[in-house]
Design a protein around this ligand. Structure first.
Ligand SMILES: [Zn+2]
Length: 165
């Protein structure tokens, strides 16, 4: 990428280190023209497979938009939602899969949302019950069965969400 200061095309890497528990790598670079230093982050592309079979890149914004309505009039602010979306992404990346079914994204939202706000969690989970096909109901049942007990939620979230640095 171009130097953000002088737009020069070439830079050299002076340091790289893994971040977010190894799901991304951060490189410290130095512009070979102006000598300015800047950082780049590199992550594997995470694709979401939609119901239609089409794929699209994972988007934290979509996760936030998906839960925002459930969080209406709840003590949940934008920072909470940003952190929730980050935790969802980390949980999905921790599966080690490059392509994830859209339904798995919905499931990955449940645990951190329950921890964030139980009312918002219930609203969000109930959306799944408005499904119209048999397949959708099967998914909902699988989802409820997959829901861990409170103790497991805490343990799972510790694994899935490294502390913010
Ligand atoms: Zn430069």
């Amino acid at each position: 990428m171009n130097c953000p200061f002088c737009r020069h095309e070439d830079s050299r890497v002076i340091d790289s280190r893994p971040t977010d528990e190894g799901t991304s790598i951060r490189r410290r670079r130095e512009c070979t023209q102006c000598g300015s230093r800047f950082s780049t982050a590199e992550t594997a592309v995470l694709s979401i497979i939609k119901r239609s079979g089409a794929t699209e890149p994972f988007s934290r914004e979509k996760v936030i938009n998906g839960v925002r309505k459930a969080c209406q009039n709840r003590p949940v602010d934008d920072d909470d939602l940003a952190l929730l979306a980050q935790r969802v992404e980390e949980a999905l990346r921790a599966t080690g899969q490059a392509e994830i079914e859209a339904q798995e994204v919905g499931m990955a939202i449940l645990s951190p949302l329950r921890e964030l706000d139980e009312v918002a969690y219930l609203r969000y989970a109930s959306v799944y019950r408005n499904f119209s096909s048999l397949e959708d109901f099967e998914g909902e049942i699988a989802l409820l069965r997959a829901l861990p007990f409170e103790k497991d939620v805490e343990e799972a979230s510790q694994v899935a969400s490294p502390q913010l640095k």
